[in-house]
Write a protein that binds this ligand. Structure first.
Ligand code: CP
Ligand code: NVA
Length: 325
């Protein structure tokens, strides 16, 4: 069976290990599953660009719950569902599923009676785990305080499209040790590329997540964590940064700026990386803060490809997890 073929037969595809599965973080996948997911996304993206418009999920529906603001994730998931033929219901703000104090269990068990997948952006990873524990439909993490796996998929697909390889490159992540940093740790564990993370003191990635990823990486000699941006950036193939204050910690913004100033990605920082280095940022960016306009709009920047790929990877992800078991 051709994994790249998106038609009605796809729904009953034997050997689709993701059917019915949750994606709460990238380490929910094996390395093989991650590679197959990415190659399927690449093939489905190419098919879409060549005009394929089959909608195999016309009898399916997805609920997209946003407990934090979103532009890319909300719009790309809604349109990914539409492109599959599935009906997306988006719940945000006051309408958000959990805003009236109903229990997580009741909410999850009601939603599973209506929809074929639950996409949830929230604060604590534990809430996603609780929803997944109750709902008998796939649950997808659309960002939590700990992880952003869908962003991680798009970031990897974008790197592959530009470098034509996924294993032998160095990625420098410079900035806050946040959900995006944690997701790159998981990617490095699953794929084996060289990851150098540099954060200010006090803003390192969560120690238990680092430990988990190093174990998953078979020791983690490909992963280095320091406070030295120059060392991280040296000879990097890909440079990544993210906001200095994530959603939920905006009130720390003013106090963080001083600590993060030396970690800004500007032209001088990019000059430490390879001359051909790519620049990634999940967006939204704070131009002039964690990254300058020159880098955002520079020759290595792939930020809009990265944003576009959110749609493609999530369409593939939905098509695989909603497939018949
Ligand atoms: N990168 C990302 O998740 O963007 P949004 O917060 O706009 O969804
Ligand atoms: N680290 C950021 C990512 C936004 C897509 C946040 O959590 O706000």
């Amino acid at each position: 069976m051709n994994w790249s073929k998106l038609d009605t037969a796809y729904k009953s595809l034997k050997g689709n290990p993701l059917a019915g599965r949750d994606l709460l973080c990238l380490l929910d996948l094996s390395s093989d599953e991650l590679h197959r997911l990415l190659s399927t996304a690449l093939a489905q993206k190419q098919a879409w660009k060549q005009g394929e418009r089959t909608k195999p999920y016309g009898d399916s529906s997805v609920v997209i719950i946003m407990e934090k603001p979103s532009l890319r994730t909300r719009v790309s998931f809604e349109h990914a569902a539409k492109r599959l033929g599935a009906w997306p219901t988006v719940l945000t703000g006051k309408d958000s599923a959990f805003s009236r104090g109903e229990s997580v269990k009741d909410t999850a068990m009601v939603l599973e009676r209506y929809v074929d997948a639950i996409v949830l952006r929230t604060y604590e990873q534990e809430k996603l785990e609780e929803v997944a524990g109750h709902a008998n439909v796939p649950v997808i993490n659309a960002l939590s305080d700990s992880y952003h796996p869908c962003q991680g998929l798009a970031d990897l697909l974008t790197i592959y499209e530009h470098l034509r390889r996924l294993d032998t490159f160095k990625l420098a992540y410079v900035g806050d040790g946040n959900n995006i940093a944690h997701t790159f740790l998981e990617s490095a564990a699953l794929i084996g590329f060289e990851l150098a993370i540099a954060t200010p003191a006090g803003y390192e990635p969560d120690a238990s997540i680092v430990k988990k990823c190093k174990v998953a990486a078979g020791g983690g000699t490909n992963i280095r964590i320091s406070h030295d941006p120059a060392e991280a950036l040296s000879d990097a193939d890909v440079v990544v940064t993210d906001t200095w204050a994530s959603m939920g910690s905006e009130d720390e913004h003013a106090t963080r700026i001083k600590a993060f100033e030396p970690y800004r990605i500007d032209t001088a920082a990019m000059a430490l990386a390879k001359p051909t280095a790519l620049f990634e940022h999940c967006l939204p960016a704070h131009r002039g803060e964690e990254v300058t306009d020159e880098v955002m709009d520079g020759p290595g920047s792939v930020i809009y490809d990265e944003a576009e790929n959110r749609l493609h990877v999530q369409k593939t992800l939905l098509s695989l997890v909603m497939a018949e078991r």
